[in-house]
Design a protein around this ligand. Sequence first.
Ligand code: PLP
Length: 411
Amino acid sequence: MKTALTTDTPFARNYAREVLLISHGKGVWLWDGNGNRYLDFGSGIAVNALGYGDRRLARSVARQMKRLVHISNLYATAPGMELAERLRGLASPVGRAPFTAVHFGNSGAEANEAAIKYARLYAHATRGPGHHRILSLSDGFHGRTMGALSATPKEAYRRKFEPLLPGFDTVPFDDPDALREAVDDTVAGIIVEVVQGEGGLRVLSPEMVAALHEVTAAHDVLLIADEIQTGLGRLGALFGSIDAGLTPDIICLSKPLAGGLPMSATLIPERVNDLLQPGDHGTTFGGGPATSAAALYVLERITSDGFLDGVRARAQQLEEGLQALTARFPWIIELRGRGLLRGLRIDLGPDQDRLFPEILPAAREAGLLVLRSGGDVVRIAPPLVISPRELERGLRLLETTLQQIHDRRTA
Ligand code: PLP
């Protein structure tokens, strides 16, 4: 059956012109408008941890929607309170200092905006004006609003929108000495991803983890873990940053948090929370009762007995499958990422510009949805609930796709 591609969307042209028209989903499967079925190795860009069509998720939200959908942060609701309690409890035993409070927002970028503001507020209060620099790592991605974009070094995202905010600098992703050199007490915060979700799936090295700990402790700089893509189970742990040995002062969560509804959470320690006054930051929708009800259900599932063991087992299976593909196709030059967030770095030599862009459409035609990351990486991020059989099926579809690309190379 012909895939349901549409080029006639009424959306702003900042998205691709040709997109698949999706009708519905169940488990790890999606169906397009023409009834074709796809195995999803993308999870709506690392969001749909529980896959599609989860009835208990729908019931939790529907029950809450009948009671109260929105009331604003002028009031508190039981789901919002319970969710904040749960989140700070999950992270607190392992962070540098307990996370005593949560700011809810609606997107990853917003979580980072809050973190940047809080880091500047803290530096301003403890050291005075002029100590406001925010550092991020090369190829990092922190969002497209002006503050988050200022912390996103890649030229292609920024160029057309300059000038961005002053006081943002970049440090090479894997250069502990450059980091030590760059940090002094003019720095308010350093924002990092433990696996670079959009920037090519590189993993922070243990040397950088150690250096980040050292410099942030030495200069009282807040370490912000952008766990928007890596957090809540995707790397096989609740918090990928803490699992990798980082000691974040602030953690930003979003994508999987509310089961596909828009929500983010910025977890902060007491010494930041103590400085905040009403009105210093805020949002109309953040932490609403319906999205909070969804997130409570997601957290219940992700923290249930055996859930993360299952993710780690699938991650091992994926690792072995991708190793086999890497051995088979010599133009897969690197296997990147961790857990269920993996990347195949592709170098097709003189055919790269022609054939790399053909990989995602070829996978789609084969019945598999995968993502791209950076300029040359195929990203794989299946729902965390994927079964061993479904994962195996996805690996076979990926193999078929890569074989087709192999055959299309110039002899
Ligand atoms: N930070 C990271 C690590 C991300 O992967 C993303 C989105 O892909 C963002 C921030 C921005 O999130 P959003 O698109 O929800 O604003």
